[in-house]
Every structure is written in structure tokens, then in C-alpha cells.
Design a protein around this ligand. Structure first.
Ligand code: ADP
Ligand code: ZN
Length: 604
């Protein structure tokens, strides 16, 4: 509900005025309302009674709160005074049907629902809230002399925040140069939508920021709005979880309406996966709410005109779980990966956050960065904070190495946080794994060139990755190219085995991709001499059944292809063992290597 003008997106001055007015009004309302409340009894109804009344058309307004439903009953006769009712919802499950009933039976759509409360909210404030609510209710009733339009409950609105926080620019974002460069285009567009268009630029509509929590996605979005000087409307996907059916969709609608009214503007949806999960995924039914919200989001994205200057940014850590409809052209068709920071990145982030902190002269932020592999921006911001607090507590006027070291220990105390920091032996293993991928790729002619190798991962887990730059104009892959791709995929786990004695479990996705390529070679591409040039899988007419014996042969052929690739990759790695060591050592030291670094280390 909308008692809190503070959450509105307005300028500070007006905001304060509104706030003052509201406080005064609430005060008056409380005093006055209480009086009215005393001789205007509230009828307590059970949930069942309420539903029955509702279905009979006996309810003229309703406001569904976290703990109770209340409103006015329809008067028995035109002259009779309206009677308030109250229904406790404590311990009630969410009733998916309720909104439908309300829609059907409450005149003029005079109902409103609110999301499930946070625990503090439920425990600490309910009594006061209830009194205030009744007070406001009573005031409104008294003012308008009764009922009907009296209960013009405001519709719940999307939470819009960040507007009054200090303006953020790209200066505050460290270590994301590539991402910033990409987002500058969005800034340019927001600054002068018209000009951009007349130059024939393709207007970005939705940009998806992909990266682990705490890597600075929200910060980047705020910086885009700050750089462009446009309003920033932000909402988190998890705000929609556990809402009544229909409310999430209404919020999406309202969010877009408000952003459009203030265009040019920026909308940011954090945790997009919370609403954007593929529809129908996850079994157990009951996803109505999410589906409706998602549908509404799609409708709004298609409906709004990008030329008006509204741009949508969203963040997720799991782009693969998103509904395919969301990433179609014209929606979130641009993805920007926000990496975990490498050594240099971490140093830069530490620098940004310690700008206002007096540092000891002999402190080396590079060294602190070297001690914190696996930390993301949010961790590093915390670390600077923690170190500064420790220094203050120790009565020092400068923050030094000991404070940072103790700060790191504090931050990683506790078993679950400890895995934030990459253990040295894991760092070495990841380095060999990625070096293996890269070395095999560089040793085989028919593979995509390696663009970047890194041992700071991009996903939820802090594992590494090797990026290939596919040749853009290639549509067809020869049998050799596919075999080589399988070799590259196996290079990681093989390098671990060769250098460290045994492989680890960090290879599942490599193996499943290798298996997939090998299977398709046999099933789809007719590349197995044993099975011949037939297609064994496929849909509709192309599908052909095959015997159990053929199924066995298919298995054997897939295994043969993977086995041969294994032999080949192993030979390469054993052959170039010292190059593998060199690569891994450099990775441990620098954490990311680009194509030029690889040229330097391995020769062309
Ligand atoms: P995300 O949205 O990716 O979860 P946030 O943007 O909320 O991460 O990051 C939380 C905080 O961590 C930021 O407000 C900022 O103080 C700090 N931070 C994260 N990444 C960076 C970065 N690259 N540069 C500077 N500060 C960062
Ligand atoms: Zn791998």
C-alpha cells in the first residue's frame, strides 16, 4: 500500500514536503480516526465467512494485507452506514483464487493486495500498522461521508529507489573497461535519443548484464543512469516472488508506465531470472504468478518504443535459465558479461574504495589484491571498510597491511564464506586445467583461436574459463574441426591429470559438451564410417527408428571418437609439457592472459 511517499520517485524538496504533509495527516488521522474507530465497530469475519460474503457480492472494498484483509461490507440498505470488516490471514496459505474472486465480486475494482511481508515487518509493527490503517480508513470514510468511492485504496506501486542517492558515474566502477565501453553507447543514446537515431544507430532496447553476485552489475546500471543524467527505475526480480497472482504483472505495467512518463530513463531489473525463468520449468504447477509477470514483461518490452528513450537493463547470474522469449531480438538481445575481477581488476577496485581512506605509506594494494583471488567487488568494498574499522579500533591514523590481512580473515571466517577465497592448490589446479584447454587449442590448426584464458570464473563458482573467438564467417564445420573441438574440451581435465597426478570433478560441462559433439557426429552428420551416412536422430519425418544393436554401435562409436580425441590431446600436452607449465605459472601469477600474452609465451 501506498502510505509511504518516500518511495516515490520525486525530487528531494518535494519529497520532504510530501513527507511532512503525510506525517501531519497521519497524526491527525490517528487521533481522529481512533475516535471514529471506537464507535464504528469492525466486524471480525472468518476466512470462510469472508469468501462467502465476497461471492454473494456483500463486500464493497478489500485490501489484502500481509496479516489481514479489511475493507467495507456492502451496506444492507442504501441508508445504512457502511460496516468495516477484518479477516485475519495469520497462518493462511496464499489463496491463488482470491484475486479472481475479488476481481469478479468487488465493485469498481476497489481492492488491493500487497506482497508477503518481511519477517521484521510482521513481528514488530503490525499493531501500530493496523491502528494507523484503520485510522486512515476511518478518516477517509468520515471525510467523504460514507462509502463507495471512499475507499480509493491506492494501487501498490513498484519500488523505485536510488533516485536520491548520490550520482554514480563510471569513475566509481573499476576494472570493467570492456563493459563500460559497451555501455557508453547506451549512455550516448539516453543523452540524445534523437541524434542517435538520425545517425542510423541501432537502438539497444534491452541489455543483459551477466555475472556473479557482487561483481558490480547494479553499480554499472546506476552509473549508466548517472552518466546520462536520466532517472533510474529499479526493481528486483525477487520482489515478485510470493505475490498474489496478477500483482507482479501490475507492477511491471506500472514500472514501465512511470519510466516512460519520465523518458529518457533507465529501467533496471535485478535478478531477472526470478521472474524470467523458462515458463513451465520447475514442475509442481502454481507458477501462474511468475508466468503472468513474465508475460507482462514481454508485452511491455514489445510495446514500448525505444525511440522514446527508455532503456532496459537487467542482471542475472544464470542466463541459461531465462525463458528463450526474453532473449529474442528486440528484447534482451544484447548480453554483456561482467567478470569477476582478476589481479589488476582487484587492485583497481581496492583503489577506488580506499580513495577516502588514509592508507599507510608502505601498503601495497597490489599485494592485497594478490591475497584475494576469488573476491568480487562487493567483497573488496567490504574489505576496505573492515580494515578501516580495525585501524580505528586500534587507534591508528592510517590503515596498513595488518588491518587488511585481519580484514581478509574476518571476511572469510565461516565455512560458507571461506570458499570465496580460492585456495592456492585449487588456483593451481584451475590454472593447469585452463592452460590445458588453451594449449591444445593452439596446437591444433582447425580450432577457433583462443581469445582469453582466465582462472577467475564468471559463473557462480570461482572456476576459470577459456574463451575462443569463433571465426565469424564460418557456418560449416568439417569432421576434423569437430574432432579438434572435442580434443580442446578434453584438454583441461587431461592437463590436470598429467601435471597434478589426477583429474578433478571440475570438468562436467567439458565432458558433456565433448560427448554432445561426438554423438552428433555419429547421429546427425553421418561421420562414423561404421554406421554410414545416415541420420539416426531428428524430428518428424527425418527420424528413423533403429535397432538395439545399432544403439550399441552408436555408443561404441561415440566412445571411439572421444577416446581418439583423448589420445591426441594427451600426446600434445605430454609433448609440450614445459609450455604447459609455463602457461600455468603465468596464469597463477596474472590470472588472465589474452591472445597477445599467449603469442609471447608460446610463440606463434
Ligand atoms: P551486483 O549487482 O553485481 O550483485 P553490486 O553492483 O550490487 O553487485 O555491487 C555491490 C557493491 O560492491 C557496489 O555498490 C560497490 O561498492 C562494490 N563493487 C562491486 N563491483 C565493483 C567494481 N567493479 N568497482 C567498484 N566497486 C564495486
Ligand atoms: Zn574446462
Amino acid at each position: 500500500m501506498n502510505r509511504f511517499p518516500l518511495s516515490h520517485h520525486t525530487r528531494r524538496g518535494r519529497r520532504n514536503l510530501t513527507l511532512l504533509a503525510t506525517v501531519v495527516a497521519l497524526g491527525l488521522a490517528a487521533t481522529f480516526g481512533l475516535l471514529v474507530y471506537l464507535d464504528d465497530p469492525v466486524q471480525d469475519l472468518s476466512y470462510g465467512q469472508f469468501r462467502r460474503k465476497l461471492a454473494e457480492g456483500g463486500v464493497s472494498s478489500a485490501r489484502v494485507g500481509p496479516a489481514a484483509i479489511q475493507g467495507l461490507l456492502a451496506p444492507a440498505s442504501p441508508e445504512a452506514a457502511a460496516v468495516s470488516y477484518r479477516v485475519s490471514r495469520l497462518g493462511m496459505e496464499h489463496d491463488e483464487d482470491l484475486i479472481r474472486l475479488l476481481e469478479a465480486h468487488v465493485p469498481n475494482g476497489d481492492y488491493d493486495a500487497e506482497p508477503a511481508p518481511s519477517p521484521v515487518w510482521t513481528m514488530a509493527v503490525p499493531t501500530v500498522m493496523f491502528l494507523m490503517m484503520v485510522a486512515v480508513l476511518a478518516l477517509v470514510v468520515a471525510r467523504s461521508g460514507g462509502m463507495g468511492s471512499a475507499l480509493a485504496f491506492s494501487k501498490s506501486r513498484p519500488r523505485v529507489y536510488g533516485a536520491d542517492e548520490p550520482r554514480v558515474t563510471f569513475e566509481s566502477v573499476a576494472g570493467h573497461d570492456e563493459v563500460v565501453a559497451e555501455l557508453r553507447e547506451v549512455v550516448d543514446f539516453l543523452r540524445t535519443p534523437g541524434k542517435f537515431q538520425s545517425l542510423g544507430g541501432r537502438i539497444p532496447k534491452g541489455v543483459l548484464l551477466v555475472g556473479a553476485p557482487g561483481t558490480g552489475k547494479t553499480l554499472l546500471a546506476r552509473a549508466v543512469a548517472g552518466e546520462a543524467g536520466v532517472p533510474f527505475f529499479s526493481l528486483s526480480g525477487s520482489d515478485f516472488v510470493e505475490l498474489f497472482v496478477g500483482v507482479g504483472a501490475a507492477r511491471v505495467r506500472s514500472l514501465f508506465a512511470r519510466a516512460q512518463a519520465k523518458a529518457p530513463s533507465l529501467i533496471f531489473i535485478d535478478e531477472l531470472d526470478a521472474i524470467g525463468k523458462a515458463r513451465g520449468a520447475g514442475g509442481s504447477g502454481g507458477h501462474d504468478e511468475r508466468d503472468q509477470t513474465l508475460n507482462q514483461l514481454l508485452v511491455e518490452m514489445d510495446g514500448f518504443d525505444a525511440d522514446r528513450g527508455v532503456i532496459l537493463l537487467a542482471a542475472t547470474n544464470r542466463p541459461e535459465t531465462l525463458d528463450p522469449a526474453l532473449v529474442r531480438p528486440g528484447r534482451f538481445d544484447r548480453q554483456v558479461v561482467v567478470d569477476r575481477p582478476d589481479l589488476v581488476g582487484r587492485e583497481q577496485i581496492l583503489k577506488v574504495h580506499s580513495r577516502v581512506v588514509p592508507l599507510a605509506d608502505d601498503l601495497s594494494l597490489r599485494q592485497i589484491a594478490a591475497m584475494t583471488p576469488g573476491f568480487v567487488g562487493a567483497d573488496l568494498a567490504n574489505l576496505v571498510n573492515e580494515a578501516a574499522l580495525l585501524a580505528a579500533r586500534r587507534g591508528k591514523d592510517h590503515v596498513g597491511q595488518p588491518e587488511f590481512e585481519d580484514g581478509i580473515e574476518r571476511l572469510i571466517a565461516g565455512p560458507e564464506k571461506r570458499q570465496r577465497l580460492l585456495r592456492p592448490d585449487e588456483k593451481q589446479r584451475i590454472a593447469y586445467h585452463e592452460a590445458g584447454h588453451a594449449l591444445v587449442a593452439r596446437s591444433l590448426p582447425q580450432t577457433d583461436p583462443v581469445h582469453k584464458v582466465s582462472i577467475v570464473g564468471r559463473g557462480a563458482a570461482a572456476l576459470g574459463y577459456t574463451l575462443y573467438r569463433p571465426e565469424d564467417d564460418r557456418f560449416l564445420h568439417t569432421r576434423t574441426a569437430l574432432e579438434h573441438a572435442v580434443c580442446c574440451l578434453l584438454g583441461g581435465t587431461l592437463a590436470e591429470e598429467i601435471a597434478l597426478g589426477e583429474a578433478s570433478d571440475g570438468c562436467t560441462s567439458d565432458l558433456s559438451r565433448a560427448t554432445e559433439i561426438a554423438s552428433r557426429m555419429v547421429l546427425d552428420f553421418g561421420m562414423s564410417p561404421v554406421l554410414g551416412r545416415l541420420r539416426y536422430s531428428g524430428d518428424g519425418d527425418a527420424a528413423r527408428g533403429y535397432s538395439e544393436r545399432t544403439a550399441r554401435e552408436i555408443d561404441l562409436e561415440v566412445r571411439r571418437i572421444v577416446g581418439e580425441a583423448m589420445t591426441k590431446a594427451r600426446a600434445i600436452l605430454e609433448d609440450r609439457r614445459e609450455a604447459l607449465d609455463r602457461l600455468a605459472d603465468r596464469l597463477i601469477e596474472r590470472e588472465t592472459l589474452n591472445a597477445a600474452d599467449l603469442d609471447e609465451l608460446l610463440g606463434r
